[in-house]
Structure formats: structure tokens, C-alpha cells
Write a protein that binds this ligand. Structure first.
Ligand code: 13P
Length: 695
């Protein structure tokens, strides 16, 4: 593949990975932010599984849940817009470096049955999660290594607004859902679901077999029982566990069982078949439940008694003292039922939370901070909006997210395109006009430059320069003329020639600024002679003195830093031309030494295409060959720096260029002059080439 195609393929790959990661991080962060308590429970599960639950303060899992969702969501949005590339790719790499081995461990050891990556929205097995992470790790490494290929959608001027608004939005969403309830509910106890139906197993389907174990206590002795050997009522119930023995069809709800705390009776059927209204006060751990709204809860209970509605407090706290303490503290008169802890946490993400059912269908749920009060409970439920199934749907939530997140960001994007980018373009144009006179006229310069190579003594050089100066005096020139001489000539030749007509340049310079580099001549020394140009990367220096793309890169920087113009040479050898690899070669020479330059610096460069097989051989590239490759070179500059800069870069041709072929070569639209070797050592020959622009 040619270099340009490789470049395009890398761009496509990096950006595909970037969108995949952006999508997954946004989804994963969003579903966690929607259900911060769910993620909190999951983190607690992890800590318990790793025996670390005592190590952190109790608020740590919730804090971590909120931070994790904010981090994932923000990384996703930054990747999507292609802003703060270093931060977003580094953070995603760190995240995946931690997560991939962790999920491998989970897959191998199974300490937690589902990883919780996507909350309850998309439950994956541990092995699925691990393989998903392997794919993501590959994508993350690709975007981390190739971050400069990520195409940005908003300018640097507005990226702070995108980042800040994203963080603000996701934190607000988390806190809102924590304070109220998840705005999207992915669990089986959604509003509108029928608990009884959720528990039914279709005819013929084999149910999963669970073994229930009960821990009971008598005379200070605790023992485990199953349903088969459940003891008499002299034993006190302490706890129960349900263990999967054989996996079969699993109904959405399989663990909803209410045991009256005082009588020990299972009242599930009785409650679910009740055609009237029933409130559940769900407090999975009553000792941890928030008691700041107890008055309101008691009022709701009184309201239920008054209207004959059921009201049960469902808890997994089985210790008498815990329930009694709650009763003492709150004056609760309502009955308590025992239920599985996980079921209660699944039913409602608030402790306590309130659920209203009728005929086993969930009509409404309230968080502790949003309980209905006396102003709402003004009549029988049959006559109130509250007694009907709440209609807030997922579509409504998605509309709200679009309204509060997507639309503001689209607005920023629009503003960015309309105002900021336009201003930036204007400013860039203005700057470029200031920094490069080539651009000012929108016409690149024609240049004929001589490269004396290692020819002429000082005296001979002085004579040649003087003669050329004389030959051009009084002549109208349609191109810039440059002579690049050996170092020792520079200081003598520069003052001899008319600077308005002839520019002087060196043929090379050191890749170091100054110091102990015996035999080298620095760019600043060249500049101190009054010279204006330096040839860099000539094929003879690459071939005989081992100059590499990396040393040339340094030289270009130093030359530019000293206010000199590099005449940067590129070109292929014969075998490469014969293998039709010339484009690939010149592209890698350009990319290897120049394409890291800023647009401002790149605009100062003069390029010289010199096919090595044509240098000093008398074999010239045909006019068509020269035009073809010059046009290709310019097209790569368009890709890298845009059309305006590409249109204003002079690209010279070098290699057996003579007065006899110069005109035909220079007539090509992309050939802007020549870099002349042999023919520059003789005034008449050189002037003949210069005159090619006069005809
Ligand atoms: P000739 O013109 O002698 O082929 O040399 C071209 C060259 O190398 C200029 O740098």
C-alpha cells in the first residue's frame, strides 16, 4: 500500500475505535448515573467478594459509583467530540488496564455473578464482559497511540464548554436519580409491571430449582433448616438464603415472598391477589433507613387505615431489636414483613422507598425525598391521579436527556462552526498573509537555485558570483535566483551580490545548535554571513553522509529558528522509480522530516524534488513525470496543511536540468523552478535556465 493509503487506513481505524469507545463509555456511564445506588450495591458486592468491605468508610462505594459514572460518561463525550485527546485517551487506557485483568479474574473465579458494567440495562456474563474488555483494550490502545488522527468536532476555543457541561450534566443526573429514583428503570419492578405475572412460569417450562435455607435460633443456638425440616414456632427466624440448585426457566421475578414478621406466615398470595390498593414501605435494612420523613410515612399509613388500603413495611432486617428500634423511634404502627435483601434493593432504589400496587400491578414508586403528602392524599386513591398508573415513560426520559444534554451541545457545536471556526479561519488567513509573503499574493514564487556542491575554490567562487551578479544586473527577472555555495564562500560571496536579485545559501548545516562538534557549521553561523537559504536533505548527503529523517528534522528546526529558508530535497533512487514506489518514497521523506511542523513553519519551506537517477546523469525526468510527482507532492500537502498552504509552496525540480529542457519542465503547473547542479557552475548555462521564465 502506498503511504497515503496507509495514512487514510490509520485515520479510519483510529476514528472507528474512537466512536466505538465513545458509544460504549457514554452508554456505560449513563446507565450508571441513572442508577447510582445500583452501582453502589454492585461495588459493595465486589468489596464483600474480595473481603474488603471493612476497609472503606460506608459512603465510599456510593462516592465511587458517582465518580465512576461521571468519569466514563465524560471520557465518552470527549472521545466523541475529539477534544482533550490526551486526557481522554490516557484515562480510558488506565481504566481498561485496570478493568481487563479484573474481569479476567471475575470470569475465572466468579466471585460476583454479573460485573455490572452496564448496570441492569444490559447484563453480561463474566466471560462476555472479559472478551468485551479485550476488544475495548485493543480499541483503547489504538486511540491512545493514534490520538493525533482523531478528528475533532469542536475547536479548542469551545472544548472547555463541552467538557464542563458534560461533567455538570452527568453529576446532576446522578444526584437527581439518587435523590428521586432512577429516571430509567431496567429492573423487573418497573412501574406498570405485574408482580404476580412476573412470577409465573409458562406452562411446560422447567423452573429453576432453588434451595431455601433458614437460620433460626433457640436458646441462643443458631441452626440452619430447609423447608423439609422447618422446626416449630419455638425457634426464632434469623435469616434466610436462596441458593440456585438447577438452572431452568427463570421468571423475571422469582424471589418475591412476604413473610409476616409477627406470625411467620407467608402472606405473598394474600397480598398479590388483593384487588385493592396496597402500599409497600420498602426498607431493605431498616437500621440504615433514613428516618427524616417518618411523620409523612406515618401519615400515609393513617391514610391507608382510614381508607382500608393495605400497608406493609418490607425489610430484610430480621433482628427484633432493629425493627423495635424503628418502631420506638418513629412510632410506626404498620405491620412488618420479611423479604430477601436483594429483592428489596431491586424493588426500589431508596431506603426507605414507597411502592403502590393494585391487583399486583405496580402503579407508582416514590423515593424517601419525594413521598406524597397530605396535599396530595386528599381523597380516596380511586379519585386521585396518584391512584392511577404513573405514565412517565422511557420516551419522556429520553426526550428530557435530548433537551438538557444533546440540544445544548448541538447548540455549542453550531456556535462553534458558525462563529469560532469562521473567526479562526479569518485569523489564520490574516496570520498567514503576515508570515509568508508567498501567500500574500496567493501566487507561489518561481525560484531558480544553484547548488555548487563541492566545486570552486574561494577565488573561483567569488569570480562566479561576481559574473552572475553582473549578468543579471539590469535584467528583468521573473523568478528568484539563489546560489548555494560551500560554507567557506558564504561570507565573501554574500556582500558581493545584489541581495535584491540573488539570494545566497549554504548546502548543509549542523543538526546541533552549537558546541563541541568539530568540523560542523551551525545554522546560526550560516545566518551570520548574511545568507538566507540552506539546502537540506540533498540525496548526496543522505547517501554519503548517512543523513536520516530524524537528523534532518532537527536541521529544519534550527534553520527555521535562525530565520533561514530551508530548500528541502526529496526524491527516489532508480530501483524505487522502477518499482513505481516514487510516491511512497517522497511521502515518507516529507512526513519523516517536515509533517510535524506547524502550518506557520511549513509555509516557509521550499521543496525540491530531485530524482536521484537524474542527478548529474544527463537523464532528466520528462516534463510529464515531473508534473505528475510534483502534483502528488502538492496533494499530500493539501491533505496535511490545506489547499491554501499547498498552493503557496514552491516545488523545484532538480536533476540534469539545463537551459535546453528548463522551459518545458517549468511550464508545468506544479513545477515552480529548479535546483541546478552542474549547470549552475557556469554563468551562461545558469542564466539560460533563469531565462526560461522570461520567455
Ligand atoms: P545536476 O543538475 O548536476 O543533475 O544536479 C542536480 C542537483 O543535485 C542539484 O542539487
Amino acid at each position: 500500500m502506498r503511504n497515503k493509503e496507509v495514512h487514510i487506513a490509520i485515520n479510519v481505524w483510529v476514528n472507528l475505535c474512537r466512536f466505538l469507545l465513545a458509544g460504549l463509555f457514554i452508554f456505560s456511564g449513563f446507565v450508571k448515573a441513572v442508577d447510582p445506588l445500583g452501582t453502589h450495591y454492585k461495588i459493595q458486592d465486589y468489596l464483600t467478594a474480595f473481603g474488603m468491605d471493612g476497609l472503606f468508610p460506608s459512603y465510599a462505594p456510593l462516592l465511587f459509583s458517582i465518580v465512576l459514572s461521571a468519569l466514563e460518561f465524560s471520557i465518552g463525550v470527549l472521545l466523541f467530540f475529539g477534544v482533550r485527546k490526551k486526557t481522554s485517551t490516557t484515562l480510558s487506557l488506565l481504566l481498561m488496564i485496570v478493568m481487563t485483568p479484573l474481569t479476567l479474574y471475575l470470569a475465572l473465579k466468579n466471585p460476583v455473578s454479573d460485573c455490572g458494567c452496564f448496570g441492569d440495562a444490559w447484563v453480561l456474563t463474566n466471560w462476555q464482559t472479559f472478551w468485551k474488555n479485550v476488544v475495548l483494550l485493543i480499541a483503547v490502545i489504538s486511540v491512545f497511540v493514534g490520538k493525533r488522527h482523531i478528528i475533532r468536532f469542536v475547536s479548542a476555543k469551545t472544548e472547555w464548554l463541552v467538557s464542563l457541561y458534560t461533567i455538570f450534566f452527568v453529576l446532576f443526573l446522578s444526584l437527581y436519580c439518587l435523590n428521586r429514583l432512577p429516571v430509567l428503570d431496567f429492573r423487573p419492578y418497573r412501574i406498570g409491571e405485574n408482580i404476580a405475572e412476573g412470577m409465573t412460569i409458562p406452562e411446560g417450562a422447567k423452573p429453576s430449582v432453588f434451595e431455601n435455607t433458614f437460620i433460626l435460633e433457640k436458646n441462643g443456638v443458631r441452626k440452619e433448616f430447609t423447608l423439609d425440616n422447618y422446626p416449630d414456632s419455638t425457634w426464632k427466624f434469623i435469616d434466610s438464603h436462596s441458593v440456585l440448585k438447577e438452572k431452568g426457566y427463570e421468571p423475571a421475578i422469582h424471589d418475591f415472598s412476604m413473610m409476616d414478621r409477627d406470625t411467620g406466615e407467608d402472606i405473598t398470595d394474600q397480598v398479590l391477589t388483593n384487588k385493592g390498593y396496597t402500599f409497600f414501605l420498602v426498607a431493605h435494612r431498616i437500621e440504615e433507613a433514613d428516618d427524616s420523613n417518618i411523620d409523612l410515612i406515618n401519615e400515609i399509613y393513617d391514610y391507608c387505615v382510614e381508607h382500608g388500603y393495605g400497608f406493609y413495611c418490607l425489610t430484610s432486617s430480621s433482628e427484633d431489636s432493629e425493627i423495635d428500634q424503628w418502631r420506638d423511634k418513629t412510632g410506626a404502627e404498620y405491620p412488618f414483613c420479611l423479604m430477601d435483601d436483594i429483592t428489596l434493593k431491586t424493588m426500589i432504589r431508596s431506603n426507605p422507598g414507597l411502592m403502590l400496587i393494585k391487583n399486583a400491578t405496580i402503579l407508582n414508586k416514590w423515593s424517601d425525598n419525594d413521598l406524597p403528602d397530605e396535599y396530595e392524599l386528599t381523597d380516596k386513591l380511586e379519585n386521585l391521579e396518584l391512584g392511577k398508573q404513573k405514565v412517565k415513560s422511557d420516551v419522556y426520559t429520553i426526550e428530557q436527556v435530548i433537551l438538557w444534554f444533546v440540544l445544548p451541545l448541538l447548540f455549542v457545536l453550531g456556535l462553534d462552526i458558525l462563529v469560532v471556526k469562521r473567526n479562526e479561519r479569518k485569523r489564520k488567513n490574516k496570520d498567514q498573509k503576515l508570515i509568508n509573503p508567498l501567500i500574500k499574493t496567493k501566487m507561489r514564487k518561481n525560484i531558480v537555485a544553484g547548488n555548487w556542491k563541492m566545486n570552486k575554490t574561494l577565488q573561483e567562487g567569488i569570480t562566479l558570483a561576481k559574473d552572475l551578479n553582473e549578468a543579471l544586473a539590469g535584467e528583468k527577472q521573473n523568478c528568484d535566483v539563489v546560489i548555494c555555495t560551500p560554507f567557506i564562500h558564504l561570507a565573501s560571496v554574500t556582500p558581493l551580490v545584489d541581495a535584491a536579485k540573488i539570494g545566497v545559501g549554504a548546502e548543509n548545516c549542523a543538526d546541533k545548535e552549537s558546541g563541541a562538534y568539530t568540523g560542523e557549521v551551525s545554522a546560526s553561523m550560516v545566518a551570520s554571513t548574511g545568507a538566507k537559504y540552506v539546502i537540506l536533505g540533498h540525496s548526496e548527503r543522505r547517501a554519503y553522509y548517512g543523513e536520516t529523517a530524524a537528523t534532518l528534522k532537527e536541521k529544519v528546526k534550527l534553520v527555521l529558528a535562525n530565520g533561514l529558508t530551508p530548500i528541502f530535497c526529496i526524491g527516489e533512487v532508480l530501483e524505487e522509480r522502477e518499482a513505481n514506489k516514487q510516491n511512497e518514497i517522497v511521502y515518507s521523506q516529507l512526513a519523516g522530516s517536515l509533517y510535524d511542523l506547524s502550518a506557520e513553519d511549513f509555509a516557509k519551506i521550499v521543496l525540491a524534488y530531485e530524482p536521484v537517477w537524474a542527478i548529474g546523469t544527463g537523464k532528466t525526468a520528462s516534463a510529464a513525470q515531473a508534473q505528475e510527482i510534483h502534483a502528488y507532492i502538492r496533494s499530500t500537502i493539501v491533505d496535511k496543511y490545506g489547499k491554501e498552504i499547498a498552493d503557496n509552496i514552491s516545488i523545484l525540480y532538480g536533476g540534469s536540468c539545463k537551459a535546453s529542457n528548463a522551459k518545458e519542465l517549468f511550464a508545468n503547473p506544479d513545477v515552480d523552478g529548479g535546483l541546478i547542479g552542474g549547470a549552475a557552475l557556469n554563468v551562461a548555462d545558469f542564466k539560460g535556465i533563469i531565462d526560461a521564465f522570461n520567455a
